[in-house]
Ligand binder design. Structure first.
Ligand code: BGC
Ligand code: BGC
Length: 474
């Protein structure tokens, strides 16, 4: 627990009064982080199954083979969501459950699980929001290069088609990819996430192939006339130079390109950003792309998903250590001429990320400005914080810091930003889960999970959000 407190902590109804009419409140999870049951009902291995089994990859040496056991306990979890009062649940479909080998017909048992989950949600009055790719790539496709291989984009579209055929009549919103930025940077450049490649700038083809996969998947979903809206989720981290000089501003600009623009610009504008003259050699794989690919990537979308956690501060000079923002060492960082610096003015989460709701406003303004006239309605598809929760003798968790994080970010989300139609906010995350390379070490949940007994206990943040939702007028 930290001592971060919001003025709204004792007045959820006061904050609810600021919620725009029709605003969607949701919670989000991802298949690999919550489901467990990794060898059940014909699920095939994913890149993350392989990665988590390699020594030294996961900070606490844990794995996600059981995690929250959501695969078996989804009814209890949907009941928790219903009690919380949320309008929507964002979950991800596990590609290796639906296509165990990454190609071929659908695995019936995999489809059946999501049928049960979706029907349970609908019966509870909760809209299903399904992400197609939240990082668990079928291992056989990774063997062929994963997102470094162009063919993977077409395989992804085949999988999207199967999902559309199975769930297209009931899913309320489709999200093609979750954070291709994180997959590229953490998975292919720095090697701190699956598949553990350390390609640094040579990872750029993974950017293009994911985006192409997005475009082809949108076409596949449209060809099946799915009833739900279609979008993508990108994470945005506003980038601030630590010093106002030419060099630092230049590095900050390159980081903004790599983290934000090369993913958002092609989707919303139909082209990659203009690369600074001195960095053009580095970005060659994105400069020499086929214009037909850019047309495919630039599909009309029904909404745009934005994840926002924290801003990034860039300072000149190599990093003092090789710790990545996700907690595990990334030796490749040492070769960079700049590093991520902390913001001295902000409190931090368990991960050490800055708590800066004002930068959520900056994010929204950046989007309104950069994508003026072409931005569809926006949903914040993730936001949340990990903290070192303290469990009281009676089992309760008084996570005032997490409730405060949520309150302050919702307050920003409820205020309007000209030129941006913000329709909802999904809290990350419903319950404590397996936090990728950090294992069980970082807890983001509104609900406490005891990973020995799998018992779920709502925390104060859950009760706070429940009061907020219950007291809104529409
Ligand atoms: C990303 C960082 C980012 C942080 C907070 C991490 O997953 O790797 O680049 O700054 O999240 O948004
Ligand atoms: C990811 C989640 C992750 C969260 C916290 C997001 O980047 O989409 O899967 O758990 O950040 O690290």
């Amino acid at each position: 627990m930290s001592d971060y407190r919001s003025e709204w902590l004792h007045d959820p109804a006061g904050l609810a009064a600021q919620m725009p009419a029709g605003f969607t409140m949701g919670v989000a999870t991802a298949a690999f982080q919550v489901e467990g049951a990794v060898r059940e009902d014909g699920r095939g291995p994913s890149t993350w199954d392989t990665f988590m089994a390699q020594p030294g990859r996961i900070a606490d040496g844990s794995d996600a083979s059981v995690t929250d056991d959501h695969y078996h306990r989804y009814r209890e979890d949907v009941a928790l969501m219903k009690e919380l009062g949320v309008d929507a649940y964002r979950f991800s479909l596990a590609w290796p459950r639906i296509q165990p080998g990454g190609t071929g017909p659908a695995n019936k048992a995999g489809i059946a699980f999501y049928d049960r989950l979706i029907d349970e949600l609908l019966a509870a009055g909760i809209s299903p929001v399904a992400t197609l790719f939240h990082w668990d790539m079928p291992e056989p496709l990774q063997h062929k290069g994963g997102w470094m291989t162009r063919d993977t984009a077409s395989r992804f579209a085949d999988y999207a088609l199967l999902a559309a055929q199975a769930f297209g009549d009931r899913v309320d919103k489709w999200i093609t990819l979750n954070e291709p930025t994180s997959v590229t940077l953490n998975g292919y450049a720095l090697g701190v996430h699956a598949p553990g490649a350390t390609l640094m700038f040579d990872s750029l083809p993974a950017v293009h192939h994911q985006l192409l996969g997005h475009g082809l998947a949108v076409q596949a979903l449209r060809s099946e006339n799915v009833t739900g809206g279609i979008g993508i989720t990108n994470i945005h981290s506003p980038v601030v130079p630590a010093k106002d000089n030419f060099t630092t501003r230049g590095y900050a600009e390159v980081f903004d390109l790599v983290h934000n623009r090369i993913f958002a610009d092609p989707v919303l504008l139909g082209h990659y950003p203009k690369f600074p003259f001195l960095a053009r050699k580095l970005f060659k794989p994105l400069i020499e792309v086929d214009s037909d690919d850019l047309k495919t990537i630039h599909q009309p979308l029904d909404f745009y998903g934005l994840n926002y956690y924290a801003p990034t501060r860039i300072a000149a000079g190599p990093p003092a250590d090789d710790r990545s923002p996700d907690g595990t060492p990334a030796p490749g960082l040492r070769g960079l001429p700049f590093h991520l610096a902390s913001f001295p003015e902000f409190p931090t989460t368990g991960f050490g990320w800055s708590i800066a709701p004002e930068y959520l406003e900056v994010t929204l303004k950046d989007y309104a400005e950069r994508y003026a006239g072409v931005l569809p309605p926006v949903y914040i598809t993730e936001g949340g914080a990990s903290f070192d929760d303290v469990v009281a003798a009676d089992g309760s968790v008084d996570d005032a810091d997490r409730a405060s994080y949520l309150a302050e970010h919702l307050a920003v989300a409820f205020a309007s930003v000209p030129g941006l139609d913000l329709r909802g906010y999904f809290a990350w995350t419903l319950m404590d889960n397996w936090e990728w390379a950090a294992g069980f070490g970082e807890r983001f949940g509104l609900v406490r999970v005891d990973f020995e007994t799998l018992e779920r206990t709502p925390k104060r943040s859950y009760r706070w959000l429940q009061q907020l939702i219950a007291s809104r007028s529409s």
